[in-house]
Design a protein around this ligand. Sequence first.
Ligand SMILES: *[C@@H]1O[C@H](CO)[C@@H](O)[C@H](O)[C@H]1NC(C)=O
Ligand SMILES: *[C@@H]1O[C@H](CO)[C@@H](O)[C@H](O)[C@H]1NC(C)=O
Ligand SMILES: *[C@@H]1O[C@H](CO)[C@@H](O)[C@H](O)[C@H]1NC(C)=O
Ligand SMILES: *[C@@H]1O[C@H](CO)[C@@H](O)[C@H](O)[C@H]1NC(C)=O
Ligand SMILES: *[C@@H]1O[C@H](CO)[C@@H](O)[C@H](O)[C@H]1NC(C)=O
Ligand SMILES: *[C@@H]1O[C@H](CO)[C@@H](O)[C@H](O)[C@H]1NC(C)=O
Length: 230
Amino acid sequence: MNAVYSWTEIIAIVLLFNVCFSTSYRRTETQVCALCGGSVNNTAVDLFCSSSAGRIKGRCCLKNNSISDPERIIGLDLSNCSLTHVDNLQGVSTVVMIDFSLNPIVNISDTVFEGFGDLNFMILPPHVACPGGNTSWEKVELKDGKRLCEGQKNMCNQTGHLSVNCPENSLCAPYGPGFSECSCAESFYGYKCLRQGDFPALVVFGPLAASTVVMSLLLWVTQRRKAKNQ
Ligand SMILES: *[C@@H]1O[C@H](CO)[C@@H](O)[C@H](O)[C@H]1NC(C)=O
Ligand SMILES: *[C@@H]1O[C@H](CO)[C@@H](O)[C@H](O)[C@H]1NC(C)=O
Ligand SMILES: *[C@@H]1O[C@H](CO)[C@@H](O)[C@H](O)[C@H]1NC(C)=O
Ligand SMILES: *[C@@H]1O[C@H](CO)[C@@H](O)[C@H](O)[C@H]1NC(C)=O
Ligand SMILES: *[C@@H]1O[C@H](CO)[C@@H](O)[C@H](O)[C@H]1NC(C)=O
Ligand SMILES: *[C@@H]1O[C@H](CO)[C@@H](O)[C@H](O)[C@H]1NC(C)=O
């Protein structure tokens, strides 16, 4: 028996390595679903989840829009979790509904929800303000000792606000309560959306392909040498 792998085996091993490397990141983002115990049963997030055809996992509601898409977190129920502060919700920016009620939270910084463009319903302890303030929401109310923030307002089109100045070739888009971003119009990209044409896939994905080839070559050469020495 010699230890020489075929080219295809080596490329498969390196690709597998690359895939493992990139999915280890995705695993950390679901840690928030296991932030505290207890089940999500008959809560507001649970009802929202079943009405959106999602599935409950720990304290999260997960859903994939299409089969090729990875699952996204659309609901997060961290009520009664003994949370004292919320400062990092990385990997949860796709969430639509959040419940932070029944926690000893004092205040939450607006910047925690920067990029949360889909966020549309929040349940908070009564003394915690809705992120971005009342003007960032269609409706803010106190109900059953909880603060409800409903309907994220689009900051791109606010009367009494200066219209957001986006550079030419770009459009203003919601980017979380109180935030907006300028995203490039179709067929434009780059700094201030000044470049036109197709997205340069070679420049972005080229290095990944190159590293795969180089690592495959290295593995192949070392395996060959090992085999020769036997
Ligand atoms: C959820 O709660 C209902 C009663 O409120 C109970 O009948 C049901 O078994 C619970 N389901 C789970 C999965 O705990
Ligand atoms: C959701 O995506 C996973 C893979 O990420 C897949 O296994 C599953 O079948 C998908 N579910 C639906 C309902 O499309
Ligand atoms: C909150 O959690 C505690 C302990 O986990 C439990 O005893 C209590 O009933 C919960 N309160 C609510 C309103 O669910
Ligand atoms: C939260 O409250 C504390 C004390 O009241 C204050 O020092 C801190 O700046 C506040 N943080 C935010 C994000 O408002
Ligand atoms: C926001 O709205 C709530 C509920 O209507 C109200 O109690 C609160 O005083 C408002 N906050 C500000 C800063 O206007
Ligand atoms: C923007 O605001 C104007 C005036 O308030 C309104 O007529 C228009 O429908 C709004 N557009 C969007 C996309 O909200």
